[in-house]
Design a protein around this ligand. Structure first.
Ligand SMILES: C[S@@+](CC[C@H](N)C(=O)[O-])C[C@H]1O[C@@H](n2cnc3c(N)ncnc32)[C@H](O)[C@@H]1O
Length: 370
């Protein structure tokens, strides 16, 4: 039995939906995390007899360690295959024989079931997560509106991470190319593609954005949740976070600059980013105004947060990434860089859509009146 068959037979997607609706999750992809896990594991009480043949799910999505004897023979075989594939652990022999969670957690996003880095929802002292997925990912999917993509569209998903955006686009697209350069995304994105039976549609490529943008292919849709965080250049930062360029926006600049060549007639590009800004605007807006002389540009400002909170969050991450440095020195340098050198006062979570069409700029900014 394949994992795909097991998930279908056990009704995983609806069990997950049920947990999601009972936990009211809307803005993060994680219904089950270190804080909610206890309550989720307690679903045993209302599932009672329904668990037989479904217990392995609890290891995959709620990080439960189970004695192998709790599993059916089919689940045990599947667990052995998943351990072989590096997706969970089986351990010991005889009395201590257990099936335990590994580095990956199974979640559902929309119609897709996928493995994501377990260190996001279950933080670990020994390692930061290496594959990103977060609220900005869901925001991009919200605007992507995959079911309304033209049938047969050709989609390029740059910086694919878990592959979730390419997977969603594949609901309508005939061809999706998903690219990344880091090892962990390039391990899990093909696993997720195959788990959702999209092998015929999605090609996962190890390719840097700069190389993809130089190639001769054209696309109906280009999607990207790029690394966009501005970080002091001398500090180490996660590859999924550090945006190239001083303000973190250079990857978006490179994409904008290539659009006229890589967008097919009628094509569009959809990006999401936290962009630094002053009290009134994200800094990148002036460049988008320029792009709006040739393209139809839409900017949806979803969130505007004071820079202080962003500095605190970044200081925490950068302190973990630079363990040889004093955490308070890392925090001071991060503050000096963001609030001093870059004069940032706020960070703006923006979805940017750039499409061929009548040139012009639309900015939806619910903070404008504030
Ligand atoms: C913010 S994450 C987005 C992941 C995923 N698209 C999502 O929205 O959940 C950025 C991703 O870009 C990848 N990346 C960083 N630099 C890259 C480059 N030069 N070319 C291609 N991918 C890159 C990282 O490995 C990471 O997976």
């Amino acid at each position: 039995m394949s994992l795909r068959e097991y998930l279908r037979e056990s009704g995983f997607a609806n069990i997950y939906r049920y947990i999601v609706s009972s936990r009211h999750y809307a803005v993060t992809p994680f219904a089950v995390n270190a804080a909610t896990r206890g309550a989720v594991l307690a679903t045993d009480t209302y599932l009672e007899g329904e668990l037989e043949g479904r217990r392995l799910l609890w290891t995959l999505f709620a990080h439960a360690t189970l004695p192998r004897e709790a599993l059916t023979a089919r689940e045990r075989d599947l667990a052995a295959e998943l351990a072989e594939a590096g997706l969970l652990h089986t351990d010991g022999a005889g009395d201590h024989d257990v099936v335990a969670p590994g580095d990956w957690q199974l979640i559902c996003v929309g119609d897709n079931t996928l493995f994501v880095d377990a260190a996001i929802a279950f933080p670990r002292r020994e390692r930061m997560h290496e594959v990103y997925i977060g609220p900005d990912t869901l925001l991009l999917l919200h605007y992507l509106d995959a079911p309304r993509l033209p049938r047969g569209a050709r989609v390029l998903d740059l910086c694919t991470g878990s592959g979730v955006i390419g997977l969603d686009a594949a609901r309508a697209a005939s061809r999706v190319v998903s690219t990344d350069i880091a090892d962990k995304p390039l391990f899990i994105a093909p696993v997720n593609r195959d788990l959702n039976a999209r092998g015929d549609t999605i090609e996962v490529r190890r390719e840097a954005v700069a190389d993809t943008l130089r190639a001769d292919e054209t696309w109906d849709l280009v999607t990207c949740n790029p690394p966009f965080i501005a970080t002091p250049p001398e500090l180490a930062a996660p590859i999924y976070a550090r945006g190239p360029g001083r303000d973190g926006c250079d990857m978006m600049r490179d994409i904008l600059a290539a659009l006229d060549r890589i967008l097919a007639p009628g094509g569009a590009c959809l990006m999401v980013a936290d962009i630094l800004g002053d009290d009134r605007h994200p800094c990148f807006l002036a460049e988008l105004r320029e792009a709006a002389r040739s393209f139809a540009v839409e900017v949806y400002i979803d969130q505007k947060l004071p820079i202080a909170g962003h500095i605190d969050a970044m200081s925490h991450i950068l302190a973990r990434e630079n363990p040889a440095l004093d955490p308070s020195a890392v925090a001071a340098r991060t503050r000096e860089f963001l609030a001093g050198e870059l004069a940032a006062r706020h960070v703006y979570l923006c979805v940017i859509r750039v499409r061929r069409g009548a040139p012009g700029l639309l900015v939806l900014d619910r903070y404008r009146a504030a």
